[in-house]
Each structure stands twice: as C-alpha cells, then as structure tokens.
Design a protein around this ligand. Structure first.
Ligand SMILES: N[C@@H](CCC(=O)N[C@@H](CS)C(=O)NCC(=O)O)C(=O)O
Length: 220
C-alpha cells in the first residue's frame, strides 16, 4: 500500500526544506518506501475534510489504508517501526534512538520555534528587543548541551537513526538565524544529514513542487 502524505501547495519558504513534510519524505526515502503527495492550500487545511485528518489543521498528514496519522513524531516513528532502516534491532539501542526523537521534538524544537516566533511574528512589538536575547539564550543553552553530548561523533548514538533524522530536521530550522554556526560540530552534524542521498531526494521532491519539475519517480 502506497502511503499518501500532505504538503503545502504554497510554502512560506518556497520549498527549501523547512516545511515539516520534509522529515516525513526523508524517513520514507531512508526506508525506500514510495509515497504520494497531496498538496493542500492554507484554506483547505482549515476545512472539515482536512481537519478530520489533522485536528489542528496543519501539514503533514499520513494516510495508509485505514490508518490516518498527524504529528511528524508519530508519523516518522510509524514509518521507522514498520520498515527497516531507521531504528536499530537491539532493544536498548532502539529505545535510545526513540528517546532522541522525543528529545528533538520536546526539548530542542520548542525554543527554536519560540525564536522563530520572536523574530517573525513579534518583531514589531515594543518589548521584542528585550525578549529576543532571552529566547536566543534558551536556544544556545540547548545547543551547548547537545553539542557537548554529540562531541566528535557522527551521530547521536552509534549508527544514523530516526533520532538523528528528527534532530537534524529540527536544527535545520535554525540555520537562517546564524546561531547554529556557533556550534561547529552541530553544523557538521546537520550537513551530514543533508548529505544523505535520502535527504537529497526528499528535498528535491519538495522543491520540485515549487519549481514545477517533479523528480523522477514521484507521482503527482
Ligand atoms: N507538531 C506538528 C507541527 C505541524 C506544523 O506546525 N505544520 C506547519 C507546517 S511546517 C503548518 O501546517 N502550519 C500551518 C498552520 O499551522 O496553519 C508536527 O510536528 O507535525
């Protein structure tokens, strides 16, 4: 059964990998699972048909037979659980890889999202000048801790896993801020993720939506 995911019909970043369907595409590419994409407009995302799939009216969603999922953590976990390539076989190593997925989404991503909000949505508020450095400091604290843990390893816990896929996806969103550059080992970590053929295929497939040149193999 070929799964179908949803993605932006028009993306704020023009398909440069920041929309969260990228992580789902990446996971599907890592495990060699072909997929279809249904593009949705901002209006359609808030209408009943899409809300039935995603209660918060967002992308991505994932449909496979009778199963409909939302939340990238749940989707990537589902893909990793049912296909080989993203989680180790050893039970403890598997549990640790899953831990890194949660860490990416619940410990590292929130301050990064907060920084994005402070920069973009709150940029014109009179209190922004005071708040922005505080928010940026929270991001730096997390990156410092993550950087210390990663050290000079290639990946967070042995071989590349869904935990790295999620962590690199979360860190990618920081690049524009310049903060990631302060942590060379995290920069190199993200670059290693982006260099993976599966990531490149995922990026190209998303980018093609906006350049009008579908990459070979993707059904439209
Ligand atoms: N926690 C959710 C976040 C989903 C999310 O924020 N999606 C964004 C695109 S990257 C979206 O649909 N934004 C439009 C909106 O919220 O109206 C996940 O990881 O799937």
């Amino acid at each position: 059964m070929i799964p179908t995911i949803t993605a932006f019909e028009r993306s704020p970043d023009g398909g440069k990998g920041l929309a969260r369907d990228t992580r789902v595409r990446w996971a599907l590419e890592e495990v060699g699972q072909p997929y279809e994409v249904r593009l949705v407009s901002f209006r359609a995302m808030k209408e009943p048909a899409h809300l039935a799939l995603h209660p918060f009216g967002q992308i991505p969603t994932y449909e496979e037979g009778d199963l409909a999922l939302f939340e990238t953590g749940a989707i990537v976990f589902h893909i990793a659980e049912h296909r080989a390539g993203l989680l180790p076989d050893d039970a403890n190593a598997r549990a640790r890889a899953i831990t890194w997925m949660f860490a990416a989404l619940s410990t590292v991503e929130p301050p990064i999202l907060e920084l994005g909000n402070a920069r973009v949505l709150e940029g014109d508020k009179p209190w922004n000048k005071e708040r922005l450095p505080l928010v940026a400091e929270r991001v730096r604290n997390r990156l410092k801790q993550l950087s210390a843990r990663l050290g000079d390893a290639d990946w967070l816990d042995g071989a590349f896993s869904a935990g790295d896929l999620m962590m690199a996806s979360v860190l990618l969103r920081l690049r524009m801020s310049g903060i990631l550059d302060e942590y060379p080992n995290l920069c190199a970590y993200v670059a290693r993720g982006e260099a993976r053929p599966a990531y490149k295929r995922a990026f190209d497939a998303q980018h093609a939506v906006f350049t009008g040149k579908p990459p070979a193999g993707e059904k439209k």
